[in-house]
Design a protein around this ligand. Structure first.
Ligand code: HEM
Length: 506
């Protein structure tokens, strides 16, 4: 009997090995890409993982390319067709987010929306954000846009005739809008401290950490992340705990569709010491939020809603100053449609056809989030290539929005292209135009973001004429950007405003 068991075990091992060998042989190849080194793979090319660097690599390797960063697989997607496969056809497989060690720590283990993996928890967070926090029904956010735009117009008018740093102006504007929408504080008390915390978070999100790619080398920590991460989270804890306590003390009737509820009020309607998320049922019975959830979601809103909108506004003004014919045309349209005897209002926006094209063309050339980060939850095939489970996916919206096969003269700022019948729209079903992404993980704050962008640009254009300082020519404007979570202008736009309306501005 014993003598029979040995050959059976032997054949079983041979069968298993053959099975694995055949599935390895039959497996499709990885997408093309530059050769890497043993262990570190393509890590020496780290500095090329920007929207521009990846666009250059795509010219050589095509719409889908593969890189090995240490032990992890990465693919970069740079053509509309490949983006369609990732964000629509295989959306369920690519709906996870890749989280670095820093992101996992700073989002309290992904208990937010933006970095949570796809699943029941993410679905309920998404419902909470779409139906409650970012909903048009929550008037406070929309009021804060109008009020803060008014404040910006006033500050600009006071400085008329002198050079205004438009970049700083609009970054201040969006911080004020989101700060008030989130915390309800009109006084902006504590805002400076909060901005300092945000800046440290931004640095930590972007910091290179060897342990993300080669886990056993985690002890090498040149950026000091092991001490900076706990310090940053402790600072945020202290800041938001105080705000939560104040809101709890105020005892506002939360969750009663209160029109002046801020986002913290709204989330406290779901507050409990112990978190709970169930599938189905109404939102109120399905979710309990802990303090960590509330803090993590606040950070999503801060990151999702400030730099994105501010860089879009600054780019719109920059492209118009760089293209005087377009600036003249859009201001003429405003004079014709709105008139010079009053300020522009929300109800005017739909009638400003060319203005809407300016907004779209800005988002095409400068998508505020230039690279969308996704991750595969299982092994799959894309366009005949094997994509292993856990692959990081970088959808290069910047390269796609400038795809030569989809856009005529793709690098030129030409708002009129959107006047044509059948011009692509940014709501997620035209894969050559992805400023807000597409599919399950697309932007839930699009309506609020667009509203803030349109109101700010419309007021800057309608209330003032703009000149470049010191006789500078449009062609001399620096059009470079910097790569981070967003891609704002590298050098701030400075221009001189002069009031343009016949009515007082404040
Ligand atoms: C012009 C303004 C904005 C642009 C261009 C923009 C763009 C985007 C993009 C491209 C994504 C990722 C899509 C993907 O991965 O496929 C995203 C996600 C997100 N955005 Fe926005 N965004 C804007 C404004 C806002 C605002 C105002 C908020 C909140 C108040 C916001 C909150 C978020 C959140 C929470 C996510 C993560 C969603 C998820 O992972 O499920 N965004 N946004």
């Amino acid at each position: 009997m014993e003598s029979l068991q040995i050959p059976i075990a032997f054949y079983a091992i041979i069968a298993i090995l053959t099975f694995f060998f055949l599935s390895w042989v039959r497996r499709k190849p990885l997408p093309p890409g530059p050769m890497g080194w043993p262990i570190i793979g393509n890590m020496l090319m780290m500095d090329q993982l920007t929207h521009r660097g990846l666009a250059r690599l795509a010219e050589k390797y095509g719409g889908i390319l593969h890189l090995k960063m240490g032990f992890s697989h990465t693919i970069a997607v740079s053509s509309p067709e490949m983006a369609r496969i990732i964000l629509q056809e295989k959306d369920n497989i690519f709906a996870n987010r890749p989280a670095t060690i820093a992101i996992t720590y700073l989002t309290y283990n992904g208990v937010d929306l933006a970095f949570a993996n796809y699943g029941p928890f993410w679905r309920q967070m998404r419902k909470l954000c779409v139906m409650k926090l970012f909903s048009r029904k929550r008037a406070e956010s929309w009021d804060s846009v109008r009020d803060e735009v008014d404040t910006m117009v006033k500050a600009t008018a006071i400085n008329s005739g002198t050079p205004v740093n438009l970049g700083e102006l609009v970054f201040g504007l969006t911080h004020d809008i989101i700060y008030r929408a989130a915390f309800g504080s009109i006084s902006h008390e504590g805002k400076e401290e909060f901005i300092r915390i945000l800046q440290e978070y931004t640095k930590l999100f972007g910091a290179f950490n060897l342990a993300d790619f080669i886990p056993f080398l985690g002890f090498i920590d040149p950026a000091g992340l092991n001490t900076r991460l706990p310090a940053a989270r402790a600072a945020l804890d202290g800041f938001i705990d105080k705000i939560i306590d104040e809101h709890l003390r105020k005892g506002k009737k939360t969750g009663d569709e209160g029109l002046d509820n801020d986002m913290v009020d709204e989330m406290l309607a779901f507050y409990s010491e112990e978190g709970k998320v169930n599938e189905g049922g109404d939102l109120q019975n399905a979710i309990n939020l802990t303090r960590d959830n509330i803090k993590a979601i606040i950070m999503d809103v801060m990151f999702g809603g400030t730099e994105t909108v501010a860089s879009a506004i600054e780019w719109a003004m920059t492209e118009l100053m760089h293209t005087p014919e377009a600036l003249k045309r859009v201001q003429q349209e405003m004079a014709n449609v709105v008139g010079l005897d009053r300020r522009v209002e929300e109800s005017d926006l739909e009638k400003l056809t060319y203005f809407k094209c300016v907004i779209k063309e800005t988002l095409r050339l400068h998508p505020p989030i230039p690279v969308l980060l996704h991750q595969s939850s299982e092994a799959t095939e894309v366009s005949g290539y094997h994509i292993p489970k856990g692959t990081r996916v970088m959808v290069n919206a910047y390269a796609i929005n400038r795809d030569k096969n989809s856009w005529e003269d793709p690098d030129t700022f030409n708002p009129s292209r959107f006047l044509q019948n059948g011009a692509p729209d940014f709501r997620g079903s035209n894969y050559e135009f992805l400023p807000f992404g597409s599919g399950r993980r697309s932007c839930p704050g699009m309506q609020l973001g667009l509203y803030a962008m349109e109101m700010a640009v419309a007021h800057l254009l309608h209330c003032f004429t703009w000149e470049l300082p010191d006789g500078m020519k449009p062609s001399e404007i620096d059009m470079g950007d910097v790569f981070g979570l967003t891609a704002p202008k590298a050098i701030r736009l400075v221009a001189v405003p002069t009031p343009r309306l016949l009515c007082p501005l404040y």
